[in-house]
Design a binder for this molecule. Sequence first.
Ligand SMILES: *[C@@H]1O[C@H](CO)[C@@H](O)[C@H](O)[C@H]1NC(C)=O
Ligand SMILES: *[C@@H]1O[C@H](CO)[C@@H](O)[C@H](O)[C@H]1NC(C)=O
Ligand SMILES: *[C@@H]1O[C@H](CO)[C@@H](O)[C@H](O)[C@H]1NC(C)=O
Ligand SMILES: *[C@@H]1O[C@H](CO)[C@@H](O)[C@H](O)[C@H]1NC(C)=O
Ligand SMILES: *[C@@H]1O[C@H](CO)[C@@H](O)[C@H](O)[C@H]1NC(C)=O
Ligand SMILES: *[C@@H]1O[C@H](CO)[C@@H](O)[C@H](O)[C@H]1NC(C)=O
Length: 201
Amino acid sequence: MASLRLYLLLFVLLQLILLLSHPVKCDDEKDNILQGINTYRANLNLSALTHNDNAECLADEIADQFKNQPCTNTTGANTVPGTEPQFSSYPALLAKCHLNITNTRDGVILPVCVPNLVPSLVLSNFTESQYSRYFNNTQYTGAGIGSEDNWMVAILTTNTSEGSFVTANGASSENGANFVSKFGLTYHLFLLLGFFLVLVN
Ligand SMILES: *[C@@H]1O[C@H](CO)[C@@H](O)[C@H](O)[C@H]1NC(C)=O
Ligand SMILES: *[C@@H]1O[C@H](CO)[C@@H](O)[C@H](O)[C@H]1NC(C)=O
Ligand SMILES: *[C@@H]1O[C@H](CO)[C@@H](O)[C@H](O)[C@H]1NC(C)=O
Ligand SMILES: *[C@@H]1O[C@H](CO)[C@@H](O)[C@H](O)[C@H]1NC(C)=O
Ligand SMILES: *[C@@H]1O[C@H](CO)[C@@H](O)[C@H](O)[C@H]1NC(C)=O
Ligand SMILES: *[C@@H]1O[C@H](CO)[C@@H](O)[C@H](O)[C@H]1NC(C)=O
């Protein structure tokens, strides 16, 4: 009986570690990059980019499309304002995030690939490359950042309706990844509660 309790205790601890480590780390990475971008902008006396959830949803979806591609392949990825990305699943990704091209075409989609997403390299790939002309631009007021594997995608939004990334009829663009991680969180919490009850009995 004692060893069963020990086993359960270890299991609970393992679940707690899983619970606390995974989703937080990924969000932290993206927050740090946005912070770095805003520091870069502050040094140029530009206003900070505000976090745009709908752009983040799309950025996550696009990063997901790229995750199996080698870093050397950015085919069809980046856009210039007023154009659409050249991959066929783009309309489906927009729909997944409840976005309409009429509210996204002024934004820019900027993917980078950096092995292990080393933060300083990701940041310089954004701000010290051909992309810098977007990051140093007063036209952009918001950003959503998504990542998957070695890919990070920044989407810059504007405060005009064509680049606002507002969702069609105000639908929430909560994406699959968020849903899964929230579902996972609830699941873990219930599991923990269950084992805790077994332990104290
Ligand atoms: C930012 O503003 C400060 C104070 O107004 C000024 O001294 C500095 O030169 C500006 N920097 C840039 C890059 O414009
Ligand atoms: C590069 O990406 C394009 C577009 O996604 C894809 O069609 C092509 O097969 C990729 N090439 C390689 C070498 O991965
Ligand atoms: C996007 O919005 C336009 C104008 O509101 C509408 O005509 C079009 O059908 C919409 N497209 C999609 C895919 O919802
Ligand atoms: C971008 O990241 C790559 C690694 O994928 C690195 O080799 C390169 O130096 C970086 N470029 C810039 C401008 O930071
Ligand atoms: C923004 O970046 C572009 C391209 O790197 C550069 O030509 C331009 O001078 C920069 N503008 C400012 C205000 O830093
Ligand atoms: C939109 O952004 C531009 C440039 O940053 C700014 O001059 C303008 O006042 C903003 N408009 C609104 C409605 O916030």
